[in-house]
Design a protein around this ligand. Sequence first.
Ligand SMILES: O=C(O)[C@H](O)[C@@H](O)[C@H](O)[C@H](O)COP(=O)(O)O
Length: 281
Amino acid sequence: MAASGEPKKKSELRIFESLDELATELAEYIAQLSEISVKERGCFTIALSGGSLIGLMGKLCEAPYNKTVDWTKWYVFWADERAVAKNHVDSNYKQTKDGFLSKVSILNSHIYSINDNVTVEDAAGEYEFAIRQLVKIRIIGVSEINDCPKFDLILLGLGSDGHVASLFPQHPALEQKDEWVTFITNSPKPPPERITFTLPVINSASNVALVASGEDKATAVHHAIADGIDGLDASPLPARMVQPTDGKLVWFIDKPAASVLDAGNNDSQHVECSRTSLAIR
Ligand SMILES: O=C(O)[C@H](O)[C@@H](O)[C@H](O)[C@H](O)COP(=O)(O)O
């Protein structure tokens, strides 16, 4: 946290030598935010993404966090979800339940998954309605800037094309400004039908963590983080559009995912260490 008097950094880049170190730091980061939110608001609202992110959260299920985190105060949501049955292998809910929720004592009534018995359009509308009810009773905070829900933490993965949640490059869903949850039926990443938080909701979060690992994400990381890229590409990547208005963005990436960034960066800032913490905006 910024010392008093120091301007709070809006974004931070943490580069890790190994996935194990990234996972260790990610667990500590989430546990700390949980403790702060529970202390300040009496609860912790976290929205998850699918993909490799869930595996990287595994350390939260181990000591000390399994005993020190106040799981009963957690409220779990999904920043995006595939419109498939909740027991389908493609379901983010199923992946999260098997890999995380089944191992910690979060209350079932605090886990908000989509209705998998309706159309993807109705599932998005119902999900937004559920979030609106929780904003009304202030379980979910509210942004003073635009009345959007203010989640304590939104965890995003990064696609190799630069997508986050189910917001894909050049997709009209990126333009959604009024809805909190929208839906797509033509996802370039299968399955095609998904619901997703819109950018205003993502950018209203108190904290956003963007997690990327592996060489195949290196170009997307570079295009999302490096300065001066916009000139090369009229439409910035969705990941580059993640800029919390009154919150903090922290990137968690491993060395392979930083390899293009490193190649383009020859100043002394990139200290070779297990964790490089740079202010990036
Ligand atoms: O439902 C989804 O598909 C995810 O939410 C998606 O945004 C994912 O996080 C990225 O595609 C990264 O996935 P990997 O980390 O598995 O590459």
